[in-house]
Design a protein around this ligand. Sequence first.
Ligand SMILES: Cc1cc2nc3c(=O)[nH]c(=O)nc-3n(C[C@H](O)[C@H](O)[C@H](O)COP(=O)(O)OP(=O)(O)OC[C@H]3O[C@@H](n4cnc5c(N)ncnc54)[C@H](O)[C@@H]3O)c2cc1C
Length: 376
Amino acid sequence: MSSVLRPDLPHVIVVGGGTAGLASAWQLAERGASVTVLDPRVAPHEDGSHGGFTRVTRHAYHEGTSYVPLVREADALWCSLESDPGELLVRTGMIEFGPPDEPEFVGVLQACEAFDIEHRLLDAAELRRTYPFVVPDRWQGCWTPSAGYLRVPACLGAMRMRAQALGVDVRTGVGVVAVETGRVVLDDSALEADAIVVAAGVRSLELLPTPDVSVSVLRRVLFWLRPKVEPAGLPVWGALTPSGFFYGFPPGHEGLSGLKVACHTSDAIPGLDEPVDPEALDRSVRTEDWAPVADFLRAFMPSVGLDRIEHRVCMYGATASRDFLIDRHPSMPGVVVASGLSGHGFKFAPALGRLVADLVLTDAEPQPEFAWAQHR
Ligand SMILES: Cc1cc2nc3c(=O)[nH]c(=O)nc-3n(C[C@H](O)[C@H](O)[C@H](O)COP(=O)(O)OP(=O)(O)OC[C@H]3O[C@@H](n4cnc5c(N)ncnc54)[C@H](O)[C@@H]3O)c2cc1C
């Protein structure tokens, strides 16, 4: 693949070479922009929001139907980076289950109906028969074959390689100290650019002089278990229970061996959404991290057992609404921020890169729920 640089387009510095940064660089370069990416580290790494090897991708988006076209666009772009199907996106399908009146479960079904997403409803008996889930009689499941998981290291590597093939200069070992209009400040120098994309994950807003919006850093723990009984045929799954959204992956060997399980959201877990300092992140497992997951497993997946073998601690950069922040800075011309991916942004990355490229290269309006004004 050769680069077709267009000198009429701006030179863009992308601050952050993680999920949103590499996607933005790739999409900008596809359109001919000259791009430099700066990051102190080489992604994947554990000091950000993409650690833990795998990420769920799902189409029946209960968080808001405006995400459905984006995930479809992203899916196609992920697949465009694959030499062989399944290299990046492993389409296992997904089973989501919960009480039929649980708002998130209702949202899954609404998204299926609104966007004609292939799905099948299961009653509790079929759920219990087919999967290792023990659920009350009135609960239901929704099977969507379009869902699956993304292999994070391969995805990041493929985006970087495609971007580099298009001429992007990816510099690692370079941390940005501050972003100003028209330039980024490094430790002992500064670099000028026509446009700057701030995609430094949980550290994005600290680089801006007057962020005027809020993104909290939240701590999440991923667990790997050695199941008592190997759950045959288990796809990606999500439990939309009254005590929270728990999810997991098929047993396998993606980075770590075992059955990966985690809690995404819960109003019932004290302190889960307490903001933390990324520089002082506690990487140990606390009682309050494991107890709710263990309670969930005891109640709904008893055949799996509680033999915990590994864990990873990761950070969400979360907005209050959990919608992303992808917009031009209101008072810094030429600066676009792509941050606040709120613990569910990985699957969308290539489509978010395209949104960033639109904001940098055209006078496109931001997607309404991602606009700066929504996060003040
Ligand atoms: C536990 C967990 C589970 C998740 N599960 C899912 C899921 O199943 N599905 C899904 O779609 N999403 C999921 N997500 C969310 C998704 O992984 C994140 O939203 C996404 O990876 C965030 O991308 P980012 O570019 O904002 O941050 P990152 O990918 O962390 O990239 C930020 C980059 O900026 C760099 N940087 C930091 N400071 C500077 C600086 N001063 N100068 C230059 N560079 C800098 C960092 O080194 C890093 O490489 C999950 C997140 C977590 C934490």
